[in-house]
Design a protein around this ligand. Sequence first.
Ligand SMILES: NC(=O)c1ccc[n+]([C@@H]2O[C@H](COP(=O)([O-])OP(=O)(O)OC[C@H]3O[C@@H](n4cnc5c(N)ncnc54)[C@H](OP(=O)(O)O)[C@@H]3O)[C@@H](O)[C@H]2O)c1
Length: 298
Amino acid sequence: MTDYSKELQGKKVLVTGVTGLIGKATVEHLLKKGIPANQIIGLSRKKEPMEDLAARGIEVRFGDYFDYDSLVRAFEGIDKIMLTSTVAFTDRSTQHYNAITAARQAGVKHVVYMAIMRKEGSQRIMPEVTESDLYTEQVLKSSGLTYTIVYHPPFTDALSFFLDPNSYENGIKVPANNGKMAPATRDELAEAHAEILSTPGHENKTYSLGGSNLISFADIAKILAEVKGQPVPFTTITSEEYIDGIVAKGAPRHVAEFITSWVLAIEGNEFEHQSGDLERLLGRKTKTFREYVESTLA
Ligand SMILES: NC(=O)c1ccc[n+]([C@@H]2O[C@H](COP(=O)([O-])OP(=O)(O)OC[C@H]3O[C@@H](n4cnc5c(N)ncnc54)[C@H](OP(=O)(O)O)[C@@H]3O)[C@@H](O)[C@H]2O)c1
């Protein structure tokens, strides 16, 4: 049994993006591992208190990635930070730069950053993702801080984003076919973050957090059909048709192009790397897509 109390003994760990899904789940997993609540701190840019975390003795400090001084104040007395990457279309580079530089100024020792997985040697530039990830990794590695960089696959629980909300009626129509990815749920990735934050040996390392199972969009259609016993017709369409379909539902074209870039990256096997790192950090295999769908339907 791992003794989780040792690594963080007398230290404080701060998780950013604590109002969001993965940040909140990271805090939950730190608590599950037995890290005392008074050593866990959340960062939020919202002024309203987070009642559920406060009730469990977790301090939430105010900090906005765009407000450098607020970050320096929030990071005071912190040893490790989980830097939850910020959302697309918001100048991610500036925000991550501010967080890392403020961490250094505040005397933080170790920053963990989550980037999106890239295939080795890949020249693919995903808008709102690749350039800001590369920049953030370079800023972190040259900051003098101890770093850990984790590479995320697509979230299993966000794959529906790429599909028609009513796939059983309308089928799955994507500019993809059999390109494979190794997704993992936000909760599994958050658990891996908590493991990295609360155990030694992750200094200046990178982890590739591909899940245990490879699936394609064609597999997704097959699995959805099998789970409900209803057909899900699968059609490969062009990128232009896919973009036009998203725009027709009301999204701006640049958002449609962003979504399409993920589908094309999946089709190009950009996220298929299975290093085993995630299984090692979790001590088990990740959920299959079928298990995930069955659990959400239940
Ligand atoms: N691998 C994938 O498939 C995938 C898919 C989507 C996104 N992502 C990346 O993963 C990240 C986390 O995912 P998630 O699902 O947990 O996202 P989420 O629920 O949208 O959480 C994002 C968090 O970032 C915080 N944030 C945004 N701007 C901020 C700012 N200026 N200062 C401080 N905090 C700020 C948000 O705070 P507020 O609550 O105040 O907005 C929120 O807590 C995303 O931000 C994105 O970079 C990955």
